[in-house]
Write a protein that binds this ligand. Structure first.
Ligand SMILES: [Zn+2]
Length: 173
């Protein structure tokens, strides 16, 4: 799958890709008090790459009951963008399926009840389920690295196209 999406007010865009068909992904609806007050269907897959079009630091970051996961919301319209956490030094997480252009193609929603799991069970589950989240600041860093590498006689080694940012003209691929 490869798709894009945006929050209601268009301030935040996302680009999502994964090695799985959309029909095989089932949006998960969590039954915790926090999620029930602002319902969203979440999807993730270990191969999923979620690129957020703004720096994560520009989003509202909220924690739920046990404060293990961070919920990133648009500061303007409050739509949930993604849920995630840092695992082994990188941002992993799930994206809000309701924002995505291919929303109608996903499988049936499933109810989940992570509140029945212990913190360590939750983290083990997330490690298996969550994709990778990158944001605009990661993309800009890569863009800079790729611009600087040729000056040291090195070819740009990092793929920035997956971040949805055009390769700068002065970089020779
Ligand atoms: Zn918004």
């Amino acid at each position: 799958m490869e798709t894009t999406g945006n929050c209601r007010c268009n301030a935040v865009t996302v680009r999502v890709s994964a090695d799985i068909q959309t029909g095989e992904l089932q949006p998960r609806r969590c039954d915790c008090d926090y999620c029930r007050s602002k319902p969203s269907g979440l999807i993730s897959h270990p191969s999923m790459q979620v690129s957020v079009g703004v720096p994560l630091s520009a989003l509202k970051a909220e924690k739920n009951g046990d404060r293990l996961a961070t919920f990133f919301r648009c500061k303007t319209c409050d739509d949930l963008i993604a849920v995630g956490g840092e695992i082994d030094g990188e941002w992993r997480g799930a994206v809000n399926a309701d924002l995505l252009a291919c929303r109608a193609e996903f499988g049936d929603d499933v109810a989940i009840s992570p509140k029945t799991l212990s913190p360590s069970e939750k983290q083990a589950r997330w490690k298996m389920l969550w994709g990778r989240i990158t944001d605009l600041s990661d993309a800009l860093t890569l863009q800079l690295v790729n611009q600087v590498l040729p000056y040291f006689g090195r070819q740009p080694a990092l793929d920035i196209t997956r971040y949805g940012i055009a390769r700068p003209d002065n970089v020779v691929a």
